[in-house]
Design a protein around this ligand. Structure first.
Ligand code: G6P
Length: 599
């Protein structure tokens, strides 16, 4: 949700900022802008659309200076256009700011500023920051920013610069900002993706911390002006991991990385037929588990519910984080709240976590991004180690989340002194190999995709542990191909969706063998009787399904608990190819963002 980069050093900042923005583009991409401190003062250039549109501006060739900030936007207040793009100036054009987040008391502050004669030139809430800093500025930018922040309600990742000051002031509340520490130069960015090629040394700002950054040092204070000591951490991800490596899109690369990402999630966590993870609280006394998340992570939570209940006999509830945070849930100290988030920054998930902590629940995070806000605030966590996920539509993080949840379920069982199913453990260890096999369906799925690029609707049906797979398949398709798609438990179609079925309606059945196979075949017959086009995902030669299906996708056999990991992969590929044939850049689908740091 909006990407921010800032630079201060001895190098020409324009190219550093533009290259940095490109790395952050997946966070938002409706408009972009840059501000550089030049000999003639602060110069701002902005453009609607992607970074390459901004980069094409001739003026950028002449833009020279060693301090600068830049921003790629995902609009909240005010439509995406040049005027609303960041950076924003104050009235005097001495101050420029970039902001990620939302100012909740925007109207009150706007009225106040307008009464004092400030002229706001955009429809954004963010511009308020520039004018407030102007109002409070008395030869000390840091003090002016602190005064400003005390008035603002809402969330911010904020970077401010002043024409007369050789520094950047950086502040954060609810929207991540990381300082990159170089040799005689400093960076600031929304996430480490933009820093990696310059430095691996980073400092994570926490909420209500303000940093003053010059080219040689950074000083961090809290909002009351007290100094805060922070240690430098090292980014583990490599530049190579952040590149496409010959794949046409990040999404395809990430789909094909799944044998490795799953290996990395499992690594070191199964030893001598036992689960080896560290959790900082007792799990054998947990009475109830609530899992909360958003988007694709919510789907992995639904899958987790199936095997956690089965393996531990602990009741599990799954809730959207956006609902959970506002519904005053009944939670006690024997409850465990699990939050799942690839980015570790999703605003609703973070708020749900904080709500659970207030109610004294134990909390566990299943997170991919090391050092992210959620990962720092949970009582205990399991990192996915899936590597950076750049494609906006989540793929490899999803399969790693399912695996991490299964490992955690097995861990609880072990702690309760119950036997672990050795076949399940063996299959878990062999999972990366089976994922390699299922990726061989690639060509077949690509052929099927060609048949469905013109459809308007799609149904995905599954049952049991594969019902959430149907939901995820449908979500992937609508996110990146803009085809309307619904996921349903197969038996439910007769309570509504069956009315939609005719010869135009493709229906994908996740029909791999389990105790519900016979039932899913009946559901298939119901669809066939109404001339729906059936795509069946199977893992055995089933004569009946063969006769009913128009298209078959065959995947390897695997134990039921792990079948979602295998079954989702052809669904990821199907949406990828449909979107690709339609010419959509599925790494940056319209209106979406990778990291949703606003409500
Ligand atoms: C956005 C992304 C989704 C993701 C969701 C939750 O909507 O586009 O791919 O599943 O956020 O993100 P998280 O980082 O919390 O898993």
């Amino acid at each position: 949700m909006c990407g921010i980069i800032g630079y201060i050093g001895n190098k020409d900042s324009t190219s550093i900022l533009i290259e940095g923005l490109k790395k952050l583009e997946y966070r938002g991409y409706d408009s972009a802008g840059i501000c550089v401190k030049t000999k003639e003062g602060l110069k701002v250039f902005k453009k609607r659309g992607r970074i390459f549109e901004l980069e094409k501006l001739d003026e950028l060739k002449e833009l020279k200076g060693m301090i600068g900030i830049a921003h790629t936007r995902w609009a909240t207040h005010g439509e995406p256009n040049e005027n609303n793009a960041h950076p924003h100036f104050d009235c005097s054009k001495n101050i420029a700011i970039v902001h990620n987040g939302i100012i909740e008391n925007y109207h009150a502050l706007k009225n106040l500023l307008e009464k004092e004669g400030h002229q706001l030139s955009s429809q954004t809430d963010s511009e308020i920051f520039a004018h407030l800093v102007e109002k409070f500025y008395e030869q000390n930018l840091e003090k002016a920013v602190i005064k400003t922040l005390k008035l603002v309600e809402g969330s911010y990742g904020l970077v401010v610069m002043h024409k007369k000051e050789e520094k950047l002031i950086v502040a954060r509340k609810g929207s991540s900002l990381i300082i990159g520490v170089g040799e005689g130069e400093m960076f600031v960015a929304s996430d480490s993706a933009a820093l990696l090629e310059h430095t691996k040394k980073v400092v994570h700002l926490q909420d209500e911390e303000i940093a003053t950054i010059t080219k040689d040092k950074y000083i961090i204070k809290n909002i009351d002006g007290e100094f805060v000591n922070k240690k430098i951490e090292e980014i583990k991800w490599t530049v190579e991991q952040m590149e496409k490596k010959g794949f046409k899109h990040f999404m395809l690369k990430e789909i094909f990385e799944q044998p490795q990402s799953i290996t990395d999630t499992i690594r070191g966590r199964i030893k001598d037929r036992k689960i080896k993870i560290t959790v900082d609280f007792r799990v054998d006394s947990i009475k109830r588990i609530i899992i909360t998340a958003c988007g694709t992570s919510w789907h992995s939570a639904l899958i987790g519910k199936y095997f956690i209940e089965e393996l531990t006999q602990i009741p599990v509830e799954v809730d959207y984080a956006s609902e959970f945070r506002y519904r005053n849930p009944v939670i006690g100290k024997d409850d465990l709240v699990i939050v799942i988030s690839q980015s570790g920054e999703t605003a609703d998930t973070l708020a749900a976590l904080r709500g659970a902590k207030e109610k004294q629940a134990k909390t566990l995070g299943i997170i991919n991004v090391v050092g992210s806000t959620i990962s720092r605030e949970v009582d205990s966590g399991i990192y996915l180690h899936a590597g950076p996920e750049i494609g906006v539509a989540s793929t490899k993080a999803f399969t790693s989340q399912v695996v991490a949840l299964l490992i955690f379920a097995l861990y609880i069982r072990q702690k309760k002194g119950q036997e672990l199913d050795q076949e399940l453990l063996r299959e878990l260890e062999e999972l990366p190999q089976k994922v390699k096999e299922v990726l061989k369906t690639d060509k077949e799925v690509q052929k099927i995709a060609k048949e469905f690029t013109a459809v308007k609707n799609f149904l995905y049906l599954g049952r049991g542990i594969n019902f959430p797979v149907a939901l995820e398949g449908a979500l992937k398709l609508k996110e990146i191909s803009y085809i309307h798609a619904e996921g349903y438990p197969a038996a439910e179609i007769k309570h509504g969706p069956i009315a939609l079925i005719d010869e135009q309606m493709p229906v994908l059945f996740v029909a791999t063998k389990n105790n519900l196979s016979a039932k899913i075949i009946s559901n298939m017959q119901e669809v066939k009787a109404r001339k729906g086009k059936i795509i069946a995902l199977v893992n055995e030669d089933n004569k009946e399904i063969k006769e009913l299906a128009d298209y078959l996708i065959k995947v390897p056999q695997i134990i039921n608990e792990l079948s979602p990991v295998i079954n989702v992969i052809p669904l990821q590929l199907l949406s990828y190819y449909i979107a690709d044939i339609k010419g959509i850049d599925m790494d940056k689908p319209r209106n979406l963002a990778k990291s949703v740091t606003v409500e």
